[in-house]
Ligand binder design. Sequence first.
Ligand code: BJW
Length: 234
Amino acid sequence: MQRIVVLTGAGISQESGLQTFRGTDGLWNHERIEDICTPQGFRRDPMRVDRFYNGLRAQLPGVHPNAAHLALADLERAGREGRWNGQVTVITQNIDDLHERAGSRNVIHMHGELLRLRCTSCHATPQWRTDCFPDTPCPACGQPTLRPDIVWFGEMPYHMDSIARYLAECDLFVAIGTSGVVYPAAGFVDSVAGHADTMLFNLEVPPGPSAFDQAIVGPATRTVPAWTRDLLEA
Ligand code: BJW
């Protein structure tokens, strides 16, 4: 049985129409990271941060899973149904819901989810599809203390214990559409060295020596389905 951990980043959703963070047309060419993506930025100007995430949340109904999301879901389903002797776990840095909408069930959102909020008073994490503002009351406790359920810089990513277990037990680690600059996700490839093969799927090969055994260059909608097809036909 092959155990595959797939780490996904913004690049896998780019061909669905969602911007990456750091590309030439990246989200952060228009915003300063420290204004939006830190707890300090939110304390300074919660309306600005709420508006930023309201804008991203509003895009979700208009975008759809692409061939790369669907290929990963199909591989996972093949394992569940016994058509392929393997198991897939997706660890995503993305805050969109495109893996779930594609049909993936084993999805870990390490940087949170756009479609949830978190109450800093009662710690409820209600599902949320509309706008949120600094005076929006928490549906659980009534306090106006909701924030996006997003992991900002300086905060601990979610589910690190189960992620560590999946990484320790995998035979193959695959990273798709991530620049590899944000830790701890950027360090996963090093943590599996010695017990797992590693593959990177990206539009471009990162400069300099790579920690990955193999780099597959091209758009994820082309390269990922070709790879999963090979696995299913092997
Ligand atoms: C395609 C494609 C196509 C395009 N097909 N490919 C100094 C050293 C080391 C670490 C630190 C340090 N100083 C501070 C830190 C820690 C910090 C960090 O890493 N900073 C670095 C920037 C230096 N990390 C943190 O603070 C994290 N917390 C933490 O470390 O806690 C302590 C801890 C200790 C011990 C154990 C564990 C934890 C928290 C990080 C939170 C990140 N949050 C964000 C924002 C959330 C969402 C939002 O605001 O909208 O998450 S930041 C942002 O970057 C987002 C992403 O998930 C994340 C990664 O970006 P991603 O996905 O890689 O996107 P891009 O745009 O960078 O790259 C896209 C790639 O796709 C490119 O390569 C393209 O080529 C490719 N691509 N189209 C294939 N069609």
